[in-house]
Write a protein that binds this ligand. Sequence first.
Ligand code: CO8
Length: 262
Amino acid sequence: MVLLEQTVGSGSEIVVLTINRPHAKNALNGELVEGLKQTINRLEQEDRAMAVIIKGAEGNFAAGADIKEMATAPEEKIAEIAGRVGDLHEQIASSPMIFISCIEGYCLGGGFELSLVTDIRIAHADATFGLPEVNLGILPGGWGTQLFTALAGSSNAGHYLLSGEFFSSERAHGMGLVSLCTDEPYEESLRLAGKIAAQSRPALWAIKQLISGQQLSVLRKGLKSEREHFLALFKDGEAREGLAAFMEKRQPTYSRGAGYGE
Ligand code: CO8
């Protein structure tokens, strides 16, 4: 099972979803994204869960989208992957449930983007963050360019998105990307989820709308543009080289894209 589900609390009001592909550092493949979508959909219909904690199995949150799946996928499949990820993110952002990312180990690329869409991020003090897509000749196409910039500012976004450098939990906290940096992220996530689950649903919904709903309404144009650029990068071959290099455990050789952006 690539996605584990556990119910916590006397009235099943807290649900813990565990991304379970530890052999691939919990990289998010199509099955996992689809599983998350369907599970969240079902939880909404059951109408019991108020808080959902998303975490990763065996010490990592998620090391990004599954590079191996993307590397060989034709353009239509890449568009399908991007569409599926976009749908999942829309679903989380518009859900009446409150989502908490409980982050340990690697939280990279599409995994980090998933956490940026959730309402709250709580990280282990030793977690490692990054949007390293540029190292693969692509970009963070799952809302990462827009959400990172909105939360941490264009100066920090430029530094980390253009270099692909990883950064620590402490740095993530300093940039406002996580609300808490602790040695006990799961316990803290459960504690917070318990508090949230005891609140009034209409109040939670209204507050969520005013935080993430408002933010997204401002970012819509950028999100559309992000998707277009993401898909365009797969047309010119540079992305293929970047992804192939990761698979072959070597440095990529780029053409340097003469004339690009003119
Ligand atoms: N996808 C697929 N497999 C992965 C991924 C991944 N993202 N990350 C790690 N793995 C695999 C490795 O290939 C390796 O497999 P194998 O044993 O078969 O060689 C296994 O997990 C263990 O990994 P490592 O041996 O590399 O472990 P290390 O401890 O040496 O390194 C790292 C861990 C630093 C996490 C390293 O694995 C790494 O750099 N991973 C890739 C990180 C990355 O670039 N993430 C971004 C991916 S692209 C992305 O997320 C785009 C999102 C766009 C949104 C979607 C569409 C809109």
